[in-house]
Design a protein around this ligand. Sequence first.
Ligand SMILES: Cc1ncc(C[n+]2csc(CCOP(=O)(O)OP(=O)(O)O)c2C)c(N)n1
Length: 381
Amino acid sequence: MIEARAFVDRLREAGYSHYSGVPCSFLKPFINYVINSDSLDYVTAASEGEAVGISLGAHLAGRKTVTMCQNSGLGNMVNPLTSLNYPFRIPGILIVTWRGEPGIPDEPQHEQMGAITHRLLETMDIPWRAFPEEESEIEAAITEAEASIEERQRPFAFVMRKGSVAPYALTKQEQTDFVSTKPEIFPSGERSTRTAAIESILAALAGDEVVVATTGKTGRELFTVADNDNHLYVVGGMGTASAIGLGINHARPDQRVVVLDGDGAALMKLGVFATIGRYQPEGLLHVILDNEQHDSTGGQSTASSNTDFAGIAAASNYRHTYSVERPGDLSTIMETLPEQSGPALIHVKIRPGSPSDLGRPTVKPHEVKERFMQFISRQPR
Ligand SMILES: Cc1ncc(C[n+]2csc(CCOP(=O)(O)OP(=O)(O)O)c2C)c(N)n1
């Protein structure tokens, strides 16, 4: 295990000062150290592909860049790495975590990417080496990366195993040039917890809806509150929950769908708002549980404090949009929402954090899928 400082300071000596990425729990101490460092720039991207673009831009502007992601997000990087960075010959350091390392217990959504991470890098012609786990390895690691980058003018990747970097607490959030334009209408400390918000949504449902919950702690909290056949925990494919909801309601217009989305996840695939607005799924209720951060991976802020999700939904042609901060208002809206009123969106400000005894779905994703499909097929048409 190394201190983040040791690696980042050596990179700083080599001129690397511009960082971008999307967090992973393995990267948490490393990202937190970078965010805390006044002399480094860190841009939280909404998706890993976007981070590749941000780093490319920073490179064009003369900076040396580091782009960081969970290996699941390497999938989101494949297009810009291959179709953009390659022809432009853009160098830079990538730090990719190794969730799903064979032989190390991990969640099912990481299994396949864990098995192919190195091969995927090699297929993209990106040389890699293991992220240093001892401080004595840092010098050789960075020297190798620099030599490769110098010679090839292409990226070089470090693959980071679990526990490579010692814990490091986040003491500040990255600076943006913006301050929130939306005044808080309710003190954030008194906002609802995610669990309370999920409970009040479930309490208002008739029972024949399906509930699709986004990646990270939202799915885990839904599972912990209640595990039912009509629940789908979207353990991977961050950002896809609302697209899944659209697909269900488009294929079975009588099947009402409630999507429990996160601010980070919604921002990762914001284009789906326009698709939903275009196809008008009447039975789709899209709820964004917005704690203004990537709570599941350590609390790094997202761009959501500057994002008016209800405004985006309204401009994208959703039929009904609401924004709530007071805990009681969510129940009121849920109770008064007309039945086939979609596409509808409720943007709910919540506070960060989860119960300390938070569970994880113990049912395998493919079993969740089977019972979910059976639930839908049992519904009278
Ligand atoms: C493509 C991809 N990138 C990164 C991750 C790691 N990850 C899991 S949950 C999460 C945060 C999600 O943030 P948000 O949607 O705001 O929900 P919250 O954690 O705040 O509940 C991240 C970054 C992932 N699962 N997939």
